[in-house]
Design a protein around this ligand. Structure first.
Ligand code: SAM
Length: 269
C-alpha cells in the first residue's frame, strides 16, 4: 500500500498520531530532501530508510515505487512540508498509480493554503488554490488575467524572496481587493497581515507566506439606468478602489477599459 502523508509546515508537533504510525510502519519513505525529513523522523523515533523523490527524478522513481508495491511493501511519500502534491511533487506518481490500478491513501494533516484561508477572514465558501504564480512576467500577467474573473477567494503561495513582487503583480491585475498574508504559519512568529492590495501591509520580515485575495465581484448584472460614471462611483462606494471599479465596469458593460478610464478622467478634470 502507498500513503501520501502530510507532515508539519512549521511546528513539528502538528502531525497526526496516525501519520506517525503509518510512517513508522512503512518499509520505505520517499521524501524531497532526506536531511530535512530526517529531522522529523528523529523527532518521532522513526527508523525507516529515506529515499529522495523530487521533481527531476519523479518519473524514474515511479517505476521503482510500483515495483516495491508489487512486492507487497508499504511505501510512504512525504514532502518537505505539508501535504504532498499541493505545489509539491507526487501528482505524477498518483497518476501512475491510478493507471496501474494500484490503491493509495492520504494521511491528513497540515496544508499552508487551508490555514491561510481560515486565517484570512475572507469568504471560505469557495476558494481557488492558484499555487505559485509563473516567474516570467508575461506568463504571470496572463495567469492573473484569467484568475481575475474568478469569484471564489484566491490562494497563492509565495517564496520568501518573492512576496513584494507577488503583491505588486496582484495589485496590477486585481486592483485594490482585500488581501491577507499569512507568514510563518504554526511557527513561533506566525503573523497575519490584512488590508487591501496596493496598500502598505507593513510586511518587514521575510519568511514563508501565503497570500489570500478576495474573489471577483459579480459584475454581470448592473443597474442599466446608471451612467458609466455613476456605475464606477457606486462600485467605489461599495469598497472597490478606482482601478478595480473601472475594470469591473468595463467588463460588465463590455467596453474597452480605456473608454471607461477616459470617461472618469473627463469627469475629474
Ligand atoms: N505542500 C505544501 C502545503 O501543503 O502547504 C506547500 C509546499 S510549497 C513548495 C511551499 C509554499 O507553501 C511556501 O512558499 C509558502 O507559500 C507556503 N508555506 C509552507 N509552509 C508555510 C508556513 N509555515 N507559513 C506560511 N506559508 C507556508
Amino acid at each position: 500500500m502507498l500513503y501520501f502523508v502530510a507532515t508539519p509546515i512549521g511546528n513539528l508537533k502538528e502531525i497526526t498520531y496516525r501519520a506517525v504510525e503509518i510512517l513508522s510502519a512503512s518499509d520505505y519513505i520517499y521524501c524531497e530532501d532526506t536531511r530535512r525529513s530526517l529531522i522529523l523522523l528523529n523527532e518521532y523515533g522513526i527508523k525507516v530508510p529515506l529515499i529522495s523523490y523530487q521533481k527531476f527524478n519523479e518519473k524514474s522513481r515511479c517505476a521503482e515505487i510500483i515495483e516495491k508495491l508489487a512486492a507487497g511493501k508499504t511505501v510512504s511519500v512525504i514532502s518537505d512540508a505539508g501535504m504532498p502534491l499541493i505545489s509539491d511533487p507526487g501528482s505524477v506518481l498518483a497518476k501512475e498509480l491510478v493507471e496501474h490500478g494500484l490503491e493509495f491513501s492520504v494521511i491528513s494533516g497540515p496544508c499552508a493554503a487551508v490555514n491561510a484561508l481560515v486565517l484570512s477572514g475572507l469568504d471560505t465558501s469557495a476558494f481557488y488554490m492558484a499555487g505559485f504564480l509563473p516567474q516570467k512576467k508575461s506568463a504571470c500577467r496572463a495567469a492573473l488575467d484569467k484568475l481575475s474573473k474568478i469569484q471564489s477567494t484566491l490562494v497563492f503561495y509565495a517564496a520568501p524572496h518573492d512576496i513584494a513582487e507577488t503583491l505588486d503583480a496582484l495589485y496590477e491585475s486585481l486592483g485594490g481587493r482585500k488581501v491577507s498574508v499569512a507568514r510563518e504559519i504554526s511557527k513561533k512568529f506566525e503573523t497575519v497581515y490584512r488590508g487591501r492590495l496596493g496598500e502598505d501591509l507593513g510586511i518587514t520580515e521575510k519568511g514563508e507566506m501565503v497570500v489570500v485575495v478576495e474573489g471577483a465581484r459579480e459584475t454581470a448584472e448592473y443597474d442599466e439606468t446608471l451612467s458609466v460614471r455613476q456605475h464606477v462611483d457606486a462600485l467605489i462606494r461599495d469598497g472597490m478602489d478606482k482601478k478595480e471599479a473601472i475594470k469591473a465596469v468595463a467588463a460588465a458593460r463590455k467596453l474597452p477599459k480605456n473608454v471607461v478610464y477616459q470617461v472618469m478622467l473627463d469627469r475629474d478634470e
